[in-house]
Write a protein that binds this ligand. Structure first.
Ligand code: IMP
Length: 197
């Protein structure tokens, strides 16, 4: 059994942290950040897949802190762009570029393209203190619209409309995004498994 009900989240992205804390509230697990756990190093995402990056982040902290750690690696895959930006979603418009820069680059690349299908992917890796890991994948499918709408969320949310909705992730209420998102799905799978650890 997982003796400590504390999980360190291996991310410095404040939006992701806040979504994960909200998704996991009521789960019985207390989510703490790397900084709260006294871990201040940056972990480079050198993997070629979401799985590789998620494992890299979770495992390196678990081994150093001797505890359970989970990490989410996520991004946007756009069909007409051969599934780019994918693992490069955060760095798509260069290091330090704003969310708006990334959205503008995406809309520019999609100009004139009729296939707007896209999906958000989240892979959560949970590492045990000995570095052994399990991974869980969640996806939400939808389309990219022509111009940003809405102010909630982060990243590509203002241009992503999930299937079955006519609002973007940035227009939908936070609670709705957090119930249907890629991260909601990967987290739900993780919770099912770790409650038996
Ligand atoms: P990473 O998982 O920290 O490598 O960053 C993933 C990047 O993908 C983020 O910086 C966002 O640009 C994008 N992304 C991941 N999840 C979401 C989401 O829920 N909404 C919008 N953008 C997202």
């Amino acid at each position: 059994m997982l003796t400590t009900k504390m999980l360190i989240i291996a991310s410095n992205n404040k939006h992701k942290i806040s979504e994960l804390k909200s998704i996991l509230s009521g789960s019985g697990f207390k989510v703490i950040t790397m900084a709260e756990a006294g871990f201040f190093h940056n972990i480079e995402e050198t993997g070629n897949t979401f799985e590789e990056n998620a494992v890299l982040k979770a495992r390196s902290i678990a081994l150093q802190k001797h505890t359970f750690v989970f990490a989410d690696d996520s991004g946007l895959e756009v069909e007409a762009l051969d599934y780019r930006p994918g693992v490069y979603s955060a760095r798509y418009a260069g290091e330090g570029a704003s969310d708006m820069d990334k959205i503008n680059k995406l809309l520019h690349e999609l100009k004139g393209k009729t296939n707007r299908r896209a999906r958000f992917v989240s892979v959560i890796a949970i590492s045990r203190p000995d570095g052994s890991v399990d991974t869980f994948r969640g996806e939400v499918h939808g389309k990219i619209i022509d111009a940003p709408r809405g102010i909630n969320g982060f990243g590509y949310d203002p241009v992503f409309v999930p299937e079955g909705y006519d609002k973007t992730f940035a227009e939908l209420e936070e609670a709705i995004k957090n119930s249907i998102s890629h991260r909601a799905k990967s987290t739900a799978k993780m919770l099912k498994v770790i409650s038996s650890y």
